[in-house]
Design a protein around this ligand. Structure first.
Ligand code: ZN
Length: 299
């Protein structure tokens, strides 16, 4: 455990220096120490863990809807998290959409692996290119642990001292569930061929990068970047900030009054300014679409 913690701290420090040093630089270079063999930043992997293993399509997938595979001993806590998610319009609407969708099967499972994290994967598309199934895997202690602010500026906002006193773990868990729904929502919209190409080419990019003296200007890497539509780090940033955008929608619905809402939104803004400046528009659009018009400093 100790060595894992040291590895995570090391990755965090490496990324912090990367994030600060890249501010103001025209060209963002991939951080050498910051990716795993799939080109996935270690700080993303530290939260998401491994993607669920692919399974063969079951008959249940054919019918669509939401299939909850929760071991009995975790059922009570899972129901609390789900209730919290469904206490908002965002949660209710998204749940109802997938529940009633006959053409898409969403499996939600719970695992002791990666206990404070969650992940979404096992994506399948039909021949027409429509996403037909996905699996969200929630950790058994989803109501604990705050992801880092670099890739998870929204979930991390709950780490605020005033939030700590007033927000229960159940809200943290529901925010993490919203982040995973954000991944599903987004993946249903992307070009499946491009997504699959990225999954296939990112490990290749990483292998070359690690063997060429970590030279991102290597013509082979420039060609892969062109095919991928960005470097692996940029692709992961984009994916994570879509998850975070949906977590923001959830939190915006969950906290409608000024006060704590503004504290959370200010903290999100601070982290987004520092680490996700080029994605700010995506978050700003969510704040501006808030029916209450409580922008909390975002305009
Ligand atoms: Zn994510």
């Amino acid at each position: 455990m100790r060595s894992l913690r040291i590895a995570i701290i090391f990755a965090l420090l490496a990324s912090l220096s990367f994030s600060f040093s890249r501010i103001g630089r025209a060209v963002v270079q991939p951080e050498p120490l910051d990716t795993n063999e799939y080109g996935c930043p270690s700080l993303v992997a530290a939260y998401h863990g491994a993607e669920p293993l692919p399974t063969t399509p079951s008959r249940d997938d054919q019918g669509g809807g939401i299939k909850e595979e929760i071991p009995d001993k975790y059922a009570a806590r899972y129901q609390e998290w789900k209730k919290e998610f469904l206490s908002t319009d965002a949660g209710r609407n998204q749940w109802a959409y997938y529940q009633s969708n006959r053409h898409f099967a969403l499996t939600i499972q719970l695992s002791r692996e990666n206990a404070e994290g969650a992940t979404t994967g096992n994506y399948r598309w039909n021949e027409a290119g429509q996403l037909v199934s996905a699996t969200i895997t929630l950790g058994s202690r989803l109501d604990q642990g705050y992801p880092n602010p670099i890739y998870f500026p929204v979930m991390n906002s709950l780490l605020l001292p005033e939030a700590q006193n007033r927000i229960a773990g159940v809200t943290l868990a529901a925010t993490k569930l919203a982040h995973e729904f954000g991944h599903v929502n987004r993946t249903a919209k992307v070009d499946p061929k491009q997504y699959q190409l990225q999954s296939q080419l990112m490990p290749q990019y990483n292998r070359i990068f690690l063997s060429n003296g970590r030279d991102a200007n290597d013509p082979r890497l420039l060609e892969l970047t062109r095919q991928l539509g960005g470097t692996p780090v940029e692709i992961w940033e984009d994916r994570e900030y879509w998850g975070e955008a949906n977590a923001m929608v959830y939190l915006g619905d969950r906290f409608t009054e000024n006060g704590l809402r503004c504290s959370l939104f200010s903290r999100m803004r601070q982290s987004i300014d520092l680490y996700a400046k080029s994605y700010e528009g995506r978050f700003l659009a969510i704040v501006q679409s808030t029916p209450s018009h409580r922008f909390c400093g975002w305009q």
